[in-house]
Ligand binder design. Structure first.
Ligand code: FE2
Ligand code: FE2
Length: 283
């Protein structure tokens, strides 16, 4: 009994990650203070806001370079699970690719607006992106829920940043032309991938009109809100499906959920299930 009490004191259940971890200073700090408590995000945001308080397009360029990295990291880990036969669900790969495709176009817009003109901005953004990739991949392998929650917070911040910018600069933006890449991305050609990342919407339900720079920033802001909804939905394991995979009249019907052949949540769960399965097969 006494041992049980000691073990309970030494283990920590993280309500965000849904995992129990040894309660050392490092892991408690890692799991809760580092990723879930606002000061970590706030301090990164404050550094960027101080560095870029008078250069909006450069700030957006840095943010957009970093913003698409989590989706690469999610896809890398999912491909690894797929290769090991631990977890297979094509919809997650499709949706995360469409999310990275959308963020890449935000980045191309910022480049066309001159946000990447300075060497220092490119250097900072690209090096932070490398660190962020490994951090997110590790976090996603440990707990997909934790990584999705973290990305939801990042996307919420992106929405708020663009919203504030539109409110303060709106009248000026209405006088400026839209970048060519924005017109192409939002209004021309095949919009399959544009619909694909918006998992809370039906395909073809959002078709932006781009007449000036104001419209562009409004749509970038709205994209961030859609990423936010997708990241929130992803926190319920196994709940995401491609918007194109629903019959139009059966959107709220859960009965059609695909049950994957192999399913696990995080690398610890995947390894446990894989060992258990191979043990059962031997018997
Ligand atoms: Fe973005
Ligand atoms: Fe974003």
């Amino acid at each position: 009994m006494i041992w049980k009490c000691i073990v309970m004191l030494l283990l920590y259940y993280c309500k965000y990650c849904h995992i129990t971890i040894p309660c050392t200073i490092t892991s408690c700090y890692f799991c809760c203070n580092m990723f879930h408590v606002p000061p970590f995000q706030d301090s990164v945001i404050k550094i960027l806001d101080t560095l870029y308080h008078d250069r909006d397009y450069a700030r957006f360029f840095v943010l957009e370079t970093i913003a698409r990295v989590p989706y690469f990291a999610f896809m890398s880990v999912l491909h690894m699970y797929e290769s090991f036969g631990w977890w297979r669900r094509a919809d997650y790969l499709k949706v995360h690719f469409a999310e990275s495709w959308n963020e890449m176009h935000h980045l191309l817009i910022m480049e066309e607006l001159g946000g990447n003109a300075w060497w220092f901005d490119r250097f900072l953004a690209q090096h932070v992106a490398i660190f962020y990739y490994f951090m997110t991949a590790f976090m996603y392998a440990l707990s997909p829920r934790m990584a999705y929650h973290f990305s939801e917070c990042v996307e919420t911040h992106a929405f708020e940043t663009y919203d504030k910018f539109i409110k303060t600069q709106g009248e000026e933006l209405k006088k400026l032309p839209a970048p060519t890449i924005a017109v192409k991305y939002y209004t021309e050609g095949d919009l399959y991938l544009f619909d694909e990342f918006q998992t809370a919407r039906l395909p073809n339900s959002r078709r932006p009109k781009i007449e000036n720079l104001y419209d562009v920033f409004m749509n970038i802001r709205d994209d961030e809100a859609e990423h936010c909804k997708t990241m929130k939905a992803c926190q319920t394991h196994g709940s995401i499906r491609s918007p194109h995979s629903y019959p139009e009249d059966a959107r709220d019907d859960d009965s059609g959920c695909i049950v994957p052949e192999a399913d696990c949540e995080g690398i610890v769960d995947c390894i446990k299930k894989s060992v258990k399965d191979s043990g059962a097969k031997k018997k």
